[in-house]
Design a protein around this ligand. Sequence first.
Ligand code: PLP
Length: 441
Amino acid sequence: MSSPVSPVSPSSNEELFDRARALMPGGVNSPVRAFGSVGGTPKFMVSAKGPYITDSEGREYVDLVCSWGPALVGHSHPDVLAAVHAAVDNGLSFGASTPAEAELAQLVMDRVPGVKRLRMVSTGTEATMTAIRLARGYTGRNLVIKFAGCYHGHLDGLLASAGSGLATLALPGSAGVTEATAAETLVLPYNDVDAVEKAFAEHGANIAAVITEAAPANMGVVTPEPGFNAALSRITAENGALLILDEVLTGFRTGPAGYWGLTGAKEGWTPDLFTFGKVIGGGMPVAALGGRADVMDYLAPLGPVYQAGTLSGNPIAMAAGVATLKAATAEVYATVDARSAELSAAVSAALTDAGVDHSIQRAGNLFSVAFGTSDTGVHNYEQAQAQESFRYKPFFHSMLESGVYLPPSVFEAWFLSGAHDDAAMERIYAALPAAAKAAAD
Ligand code: PLP
């Protein structure tokens, strides 16, 4: 097999980063990859298989990033690779409808019955951007409520207090967003139903939608208080606004029907619109929005809300999505759930042994660690930001040194896959005591 790195290219991470920095802003194509909050040289990855990822210097790590979520069934799953190879042989893109689009849409609807129509796009940002435009077009209203610390992609209107890379870089929002655009978003504290009631009392006639992460995982993981999402569903319905449940990160990961499957399905509420991404494409650029038929049919070509994409529904990407959802069996979810419970307990035990105050933040099988928060836990962005985040840097680097690749920011969730077997988990457990000690110093 030929080496993925050409012999004439630099192959050390250091050299690759130097070259990348001369060619691309910060040397990266997405900010958190630059290791800004943990420092050091980012790893340049060249291959990944099962629970492992390998850098340009040939070092293999147990991967707890999993491409920021998509690799639910493990990297390079044989069924997914076979489906992609077969699709590639038929051509890369046709700019026309293909049978695989309906196949993927059907798989989504079988899992999430509230999705009556689906529109495929290429990124989570496009999905939420389109959902917002659709909500405005459908309701004829302008304002959108989002919650501080929730990340919905980099669309202008939703970058205020957005978590993810903005939290990592300690940015309140983004330059380049006009005041007029920002003024159309009301940012409220997470988990605060009273604040939502009050916003509707003041602005209800002009609120098109409330958008929320089904369970926030971009300010670290935060559990929605019992009944919080249900209250959002009730309040939006009472006021003629739409609820957009952003399942880009949680969808098909926290269970076959995402975080809605763990909550709304049992509590008896369904959002008007869902957004999906990550797992739905299994590592290829696929995202989608879906929901009520009467709302979705407001999209062009049926309705007046325009949305389009040259590569939307791309056949290779659809093949990867179909194969991934088929490979995401009950057994995969059982494995991810069990590994998540074991790992979070092991992390907590190691930190406790080293005397490091912390809380484990959990939503289904997603979790993260928040340092110095054992007294209150983390229920909103203010508490997430107030934690002892400086402890994550030495923790992260100690784990990296021991061959475990964690998200390079304390504000991100840890991702597991169905391929994380005993050997991979043992490597993580062996690395924890030294990392916990590093966090204590
Ligand atoms: N929504 C949520 C909840 C996300 O976590 C993300 C990305 O991490 C997005 C939207 C944006 O997705 P993308 O990065 O594909 O644009």
